[in-house]
Design a protein around this ligand. Structure first.
Ligand code: ZN
Length: 371
């Protein structure tokens, strides 16, 4: 997060660009964000059911750029047959891509959504029907106020079949749909770079955030009306906004090996080695897996253990506790309530007012500094 905060200061756009908006997000979004977990168990079951239904089907991958990837991700996540959507970057001429580099426009990467879908439920050309309708494919290197090659309209095909479907669809579906010429690029996918964690599931995690309300909401309404027949059932799409559930390979691609080991394999970082055990800055500690706000710095105390220690979480619903009998000890494990990431343990030798010590791995956390 820290390096991203630096780039926010470099924002050049006079409009409500994403860079500016992220700054708003860092300062305000967290306050607006709700930790509430509604009937998590039932919804878990629904998600598990859907995952099982998709189960062993052979999934295909589509990689599409249509402007801001928050929007593209939000749209495609709601389609039936879509198992996962990852925001990222593709199509650049540099060997590395991150938000700072891509936002500069110099690497020529496009913001894209990589969609894993079950072709027996939804076809690639149906995905393209949605694609042509939910962005403007006639504006070169631009979507609304978002301007630059990173916002270009592009289909990165994964094989020749996708290439010919894309070319045909551009001619027969997109061109009649729009008054101006469709400028969408159709190119072979070279390499896909997953975007930073805080870009993933952005709309479902931050529905009240300014850009989501102003730009994505109206778009989603139109999209849902037009493609009702292709949407997941209401119960399924609601459930996915509450819980963050990803496959192990998705977690692996998004987390550092250390973070993956601790968050997903219940590992423990070595004491006094993490980023936050001695951090005295004011701010909010968020989940390193899904960015859910978890602890306020005012509840952090010096424990001498070499791990960040808090006497209470931000609220009752953002973490969950489970008994842990590993290593011949009787401990209480602390997990993120939204993504089930392992955070650490809670002990009853903490300071007042709670008497509790939430002993948390730095690597399981992100930190949003108080502006
Ligand atoms: Zn989490």
């Amino acid at each position: 997060m820290h390096s991203d905060m630096v780039l926010l200061k470099n924002s050049k756009s006079m409009y409500m660009s994403k860079q500016n908006l992220i700054l708003c997000f860092l300062s305000l979004g967290l306050i607006m964000q709700s930790c509430a977990q509604k009937s998590v168990v039932n919804k878990d079951q629904i998600i598990k059911k859907e995952k099982a239904a998709i189960g062993n089907a052979k999934l295909e991958t589509a990689t599409l750029g249509a402007g801001c990837f928050w929007c593209v991700e939000a749209v495609f996540q709601e389609l039936k047959g879509v198992e996962s959507v990852i925001s990222g970057y593709a199509g650049g001429n540099a060997t590395d891509a991150d938000y700072k580099l891509v936002s500069s426009g110099s690497t020529k990467h496009a913001e894209v959504a990589q969609i894993k879908f079950d072709p027996t439920i939804i076809s690639f050309s149906q995905l393209l029907d949605v694609f042509w309708t939910t962005h403007d494919p006639t504006t070169l290197n631009r979507q609304g106020h978002d301007v630059g090659p990173q916002y270009r309209s592009v289909i990165f095909y994964h094989d020749e079949t996708q290439q010919s479907i894309a070319e045909k669809s551009k001619e027969e579906v997109a061109n009649p749909l729009w008054n101006n010429a469709v400028v969408t690029e159709i190119a072979a996918l070279d390499k896909f770079y997953p975007a930073e964690d805080y870009h993933q599931n952005f709309y479902s995690i931050n529905p009240n955030y300014g850009y989501c309300v102003a730009v994505i909401n109206p778009k989603m309404e139109k999209f849902r009306k037009k493609f009702q027949h292709l949407l997941k059932t209401t119960a399924d799409s609601e459930s996915s906004s509450d819980k963050v559930i990803k496959s192990e390979s998705e977690w692996k691609s998004q987390l550092t090996p250390e973070a993956y080991h601790v968050l997903r394999e219940k590992g423990t970082e070595r004491a006094f080695t993490g980023t936050y055990w001695d951090n005295k800055e004011k701010g909010t500690y968020v989940c390193g897996g899904c960015q859910l706000p978890l602890f306020d710095s005012v509840t952090k105390f010096k424990s001498g253990t070499g791990w960040p220690s808090f006497y209470q979480p931000l609220n009752d619903t953002c973490i969950k506790e489970e008994s842990d009998l590993s290593y011949g000890m009787k401990r209480v494990e602390v997990l993120c309530a939204r993504c089930d990431g392992h955070l650490g343990h809670v002990f009853d030798d903490g300071p007042r007012p709670t008497g509790l010590r939430y002993c948390i791995n730095s690597v399981s956390l992100g930190f949003v500094k108080q502006p």
